[in-house]
Design a protein around this ligand. Structure first.
Ligand SMILES: Cc1ncc(COP(=O)(O)O)c(C=O)c1O
Length: 445
């Protein structure tokens, strides 16, 4: 098929995620991806794009990393899939034994699933049923941060707060308790390291008052991704962890985005020296190459499910524990070791910091922010419009300009962000910043 035919059939048959389809069919010129390598995605028309968003934050070691590709080829020669109940296999146990100690001393069990949403759905089920199994069934509600995003199953949507995604579902979703986000707003003009203190005060009030009805708190540690790359310091997380212990509330860290080195440590919670009760992993977990995820937990939670049918976690999916996914996840950890990805991050973080400083000179750029290798800035829309809105068009104006210059930087409303692979080079970061600088000028000068 040539490029034109692909687009014609796409517009005839396909319903894309997070897409207003009428506008898409009438106005969008999609990238037709034919190949990907490292930091780049290639269009059928020959254009090479920098993958600035890391393909929805999944690409952690770059596209088609040879170690991952080799693992896939080797595994396909033996067995690509089999069910995972009453069956086990080497890639799964190897992965568990390799991964759990990296996550922390208390993590002892891993439950596999398919993507970030299922990893969170598993966490919801574990936390909810845990309290039933230990005879405290009044503890049945979930607490989340305002603006949280934890995925798209109905359970995940219920505990998420990016309103535009879920307004139409309001009557379908279960009720949650919302605590103020400890992160500074996306248009904050002054960096304030103590911003989180008020949010923690409010958290203490809510949790102390309602502890007997709360099963768990779920947080995106250090960076609230979909909310607009809103960032908060590890102090909030360590204080929250302490409070959860005191009040007997489970802490779930959704590290679907922040895990695998993005914040400068293997897990973001390591920056706060804590170990949550339940942790959700996906995206970078399989090197961003295959749908594969995991929910990990400790013996306290696991042991409560032992010994009877009533206590069992009756949950799973057709592809739970998929051997190919496990093989790729194992290979991803190998790349972390072979290439010392976390140890080598500081120079890349400095390059991003320098880039943000350059960008911040433009009058329409606000709140440059960075945690590890995750970074973002907010575009003030010269035409007005709600600054923190997902539907603000400023980001899309920027997107079109960046695309013309060879970078894919799909915005979150008016927030532009980088979710780069840990294998990115300083030169590639500089090239991406150059594109951003030119695109901001072209869009807003
Ligand atoms: C923190 C967080 N949790 C869960 C999810 C859902 O992951 P998935 O899109 O793989 O279902 C996302 C997706 O962006 C996320 O950022």
């Amino acid at each position: 098929m040539n490029r034109k035919q692909i687009i014609e059939l796409d517009k005839k048959y396909i319903w894309h995620p997070y897409t207003e389809m009428q506008n898409y069919i009438e106005n969008t010129h999609p990238v037709v991806a034919v190949r990907a390598e490292g930091f780049y995605i290639y269009d059928a028309d020959g254009t090479r794009y920098m993958d600035g968003n890391g393909s929805w934050w999944t690409s952690i070691v770059g596209h088609n990393h040879p170690t991952l590709m080799q693992a896939i080829v080797e595994r396909t020669r033996q067995m690509v899939n089999c069910s995972f109940a009453g069956t086990t296999h080497e890639p799964a146990v190897q992965l568990a034994a390799n991964l759990l100690p990296r996550c922390g001393k208390t993590f002892s069990k891993i439950f596999f699933s398919d993507d970030g949403s299922t990893a969170v759905e598993v966490a919801i089920r574990m936390a909810y049923q845990y309290w039933q199994n230990v005879g405290k069934s009044t503890k049945n509600r979930f607490v989340t941060l305002s603006g949280a995003f934890h995925g798209e199953t109905t359970g995940c949507a219920s505990i998420s707060g990016v309103e535009v995604f879920h307004t139409a579902l309001a009557n379908l979703l279960f009720d949650r308790i919302v605590m103020p986000s400890p992160a500074q707003l996306a248009d904050a003009t002054v960096e304030d390291a103590t911003w989180y203190v008020d949010a923690f005060g409010k958290a203490t009030e809510i949790l102390t008052r309602q502890k007997d009805e709360i099963a768990a708190i779920i947080v995106e540690p250090l960076v609230q991704g979909a909310a607009g790359m809103l960032m908060y310091p590890p102090e909030y997380l360590s204080e929250l962890h302490r409070l959860c212990r005191e009040l007997d509330i489970l802490l779930i860290c959704d590290e679907v985005f922040t895990g695998y080195g993005r914040t400068g440590a293997f897990l973001a919670q390591h920056q706060a020296n804590i170990e949550a009760d339940i942790v959700c992993l996906a995206k970078g977990f399989s090197g961003g190459e295959l749908p594969m995820a995991a929910t990990i937990t400790n013996n306290r939670v696991f042991d409560a499910f032992l010994g009877s049918a009533e206590k069992t976690l009756w949950y799973g999916h057709s592809f739970t524990g998929n051997p190919l996914g496990c093989a790729v996840a194992n290979a991803t950890l190998k790349v972390f070791d072979d290439e010392q990805l976390i140890e080598n991050l500081p120079t890349k973080m400095t390059a991003i910091d320098n880039g943000l400083k350059r960008l911040a000179k433009h009058p329409w750029v606000r709140a440059p922010r960075q945690t590890g290798i995750v970074s973002a800035f907010t575009l003030m829309d010269p035409e007005g419009g709600d600054v923190a809105s997902y539907l603000n068009q400023a980001g899309w104006k920027f997107y079109e300009e960046a695309r013309k210059r060879g970078a894919l930087l799909r915005p979150l409303g008016n927030v532009v962000y980088f979710a780069l692979p840990l294998t990115v080079t300083v030169k590639q970061i500089e090239a991406l910043v150059d594109v951003c600088e030119q695109s901001v000028h072209a869009a807003f000068s």
